[in-house]
Design a protein around this ligand. Structure first.
Ligand code: DI6
Ligand code: FE
Length: 408
C-alpha cells in the first residue's frame, strides 16, 4: 500500500527554512511521515489527497525541538533550591557533596521502571507544548550500569511516547565519589570502556562533557572528544557556564554539534563556533534559577552568524521544569533574543544542535511531517505567554496526537 497523502490547507506557515519564510495563505502536503510540498495555497500542485485538513487560517510551525535536556532523573533537589534562595551558591553545594551527586544517589537507587515513571510526566508536558523531538542526556548514573540504565529509559520514552528522542552520554558530568582524586582514571574509563560499550549497544547518539572547575578540565574534555572522534560519535559540550576554561574553542576544533550555556564566552568563541558550524545552545532557565547575572554574548553570536538554539535544560538542579515555551520567553526577555530568533532557536537551530538539520526543524519538502498548529494571532505569541500554552494540535509524522492518552 502506498503511503497516505494528506493535504493540510488554509494555514499561515512559519516555515523556519533557510529563508525563514512566512506564508500567509499556505498549504502543504505530507506523504507517509514526510512533507512532500510546501507553498502558497494558490500554487498547490494538482493532487488527490487521501485526507484533507482545513486548519482554519491558524499558524503552523515545525514541531518544536528541545535540544538540551536532562529529563531522566529521580527525585528532586527542592531542598537545595531552598538553600540557594537563602544565598548558598550552586558551586558551594556541589563542593559539599550535594548538587549533581545527590541526583546520582537517587538515580542509582531507582529501578528502570521508577525512572521511567518519574520522567514520563515531564516528557508529556513538553509534548503538550508542541515538542516533537528532544535530546535526553545521561549523567546521573556515573557507573557503566547506571548510565546504561538512564539511556535505556531515554530510548524507552522515545518508543512509548510520540516523540523522537536523541540520547547523549554525559558520564563526564561530575566526578562520582568513588573516583575522588582519580579524575584521570574516570575519564579513561568513560572514554575507553563505557563509551565504546554503550555506543555498541546503540544507546549513544552523542557525547557531552561538563567542562568547568567543579567538573572536568579542558585536557580531560579533549581526551574524551578524541575517543569519541575515533568511534565516529558526535560531541557536544557544557561550556563557559560558570567560568571560561576555553571549552568552546576546543569544541569548535572538534566540530562539536553544539556548545551549551556560554555565559562566559565572548567574540572569539562566537566566531569559532560559527566557523565550525557548531550551534550555540542558550539555557535561560538555568540562568534564571541560578540567579546568574552574566549573559551569553548574544550580540557577538549574532554578528558571527552562529546558529543560536534555545533549550529547556530540564534538570533537577539548575532548571527544574519542563517548558520550552518558558525557555523562549526567558531567552527573549533575559537574553535579548528577538521573537524570530527564539522561534528558530527551538526549530531549525535546535535541529542543527542535534545534527538533524537535514530532516527536522523546518517546514520543507523532504522533512519530517512534525508540526504544531497554534491558537495564536502571530507566532510572536510563542515567547510571549508565560504559564499559558497556546497549542492547538501537535502532529507527528503526519499523525494528529490525541490527548490524554499519549503513550502507546
Ligand atoms: N549544567 C547544567 O545546567 C546541568 N548540568 C550541567 O552540567 C545541571 C545539572 C544539575 O545540577 O543536576
Ligand atoms: Fe545541562
Amino acid at each position: 500500500m502506498s503511503a497516505v497523502l494528506k493535504l493540510w490547507r488554509n494555514a499561515q506557515l512559519a516555515t523556519c527554512d533557510a529563508a525563514a519564510r512566512r506564508l500567509t495563505h499556505g498549504a502543504f502536503t505530507t506523504r507517509g511521515g514526510r512533507i512532500e510540498w510546501v507553498g502558497e495555497e494558490q500554487s498547490l500542485p494538482a493532487v488527490t489527497p487521501d485526507e484533507t485538513h482545513d486548519l482554519g487560517g491558524a499558524w503552523v510551525t515545525p514541531g518544536l525541538i528541545d535540544c538540551h535536556t536532562h529529563l531522566v532523573f529521580a527525585g528532586t533537589r527542592a531542598g537545595e533550591y531552598a538553600e540557594r534562595l537563602r544565598g548558598r551558591t550552586y558551586e558551594d553545594i556541589a563542593r559539599a557533596g550535594g548538587g549533581i551527586v545527590s541526583s546520582v544517589r537517587a538515580v542509582r537507587e531507582a529501578s528502570e521502571q521508577q525512572l521511567f515513571d518519574e520522567s514520563a510526566p515531564r516528557l508529556a508536558a513538553l509534548i503538550a507544548e508542541g515538542v516533537t523531538t528532544l535530546e535526553i542526556k545521561s549523567g546521573y548514573g556515573l557507573t557503566l550500569a547506571d548510565e546504561a540504565k538512564m539511556l535505556r529509559v531515554a530510548r524507552h520514552l522515545g518508543r512509548a511516547f510520540p516523540v523522537t528522542v536523541r540520547t547523549t552520554l554525559l558520564a563526564a558530568h561530575t566526578l562520582p565519589p568513588e573516583y575522588r582524586g582519580r579524575g584521570e582514571d574516570y575519564i579513561d574509563a568513560v572514554a575507553h570502556e563505557w563509551l565504546p560499550e554503550l555506543a555498541a549497544q546503540g544507546l549513544v547518539d552523542a557525547v557531552d562533557v561538563f567542562c568547568e572547575s567543579i567538573a572536568f578540565s579542558l585536557a580531560q574534555a579533549e581526551r574524551l572528544f578524541a575517543a569519541a572522534r575515533a568511534l565516529g560519535v558526535p560531541v557536544k559540550m557544557h561550556a563557559e557556564q560558570l567560568s571560561n576554561l576555553g571549552g568552546s574553542l576546543l569544541a569548535a576544533r572538534y566540530g562539536a554539534l553544539s556548545c551549551d550555556h556560554l555565559e562566559f564566552a565572548g567574540e572569539a568563541e562566537a566566531e569559532a563556533l560559527a566557523g565550525a558550524g557548531t550551534a550555540a545552545v542558550l539555557l535561560p532557565v538555568a540562568f534564571y534559577c541560578l540567579a546568574a547575572t552574566r549573559r551569553p554574548p548574544v550580540a557577538a553570536l549574532r554578528a558571527a552568524g552562529t546558529a543560536i538554539a534555545v533549550a529547556s535544560d530540564c534538570n533537577p538542579g539548575s532548571a527544574p521544569g519542563a517548558s520550552l515555551l518558558l525557555a523562549m520567553s526567558m531567552a527573549t526577555r533575559l537574553f535579548g533574543l528577538t521573537a524570530e530568533e527564539a522561534l528558530l532557536g527551538v526549530t531549525r537551530h535546535a535541529a542543527q544542535a542535534l545534527g538533524l538539520q537535514h530532516e527536522r526543524g523546518c517546514l520543507a519538502a523532504g522533512y519530517a511531517a512534525d508540526f504544531v498548529v497554534w491558537n495564536v494571532r502571530s507566532v510572536e505569541e510563542l515567547g510571549y505567554w508565560i504559564g499559558f500554552n497556546p497549542r492547538r494540535t501537535v502532529v507527528r509524522a503526519a499523525e494528529v496526537l490525541r490527548w490524554p492518552n499519549l503513550t502507546s
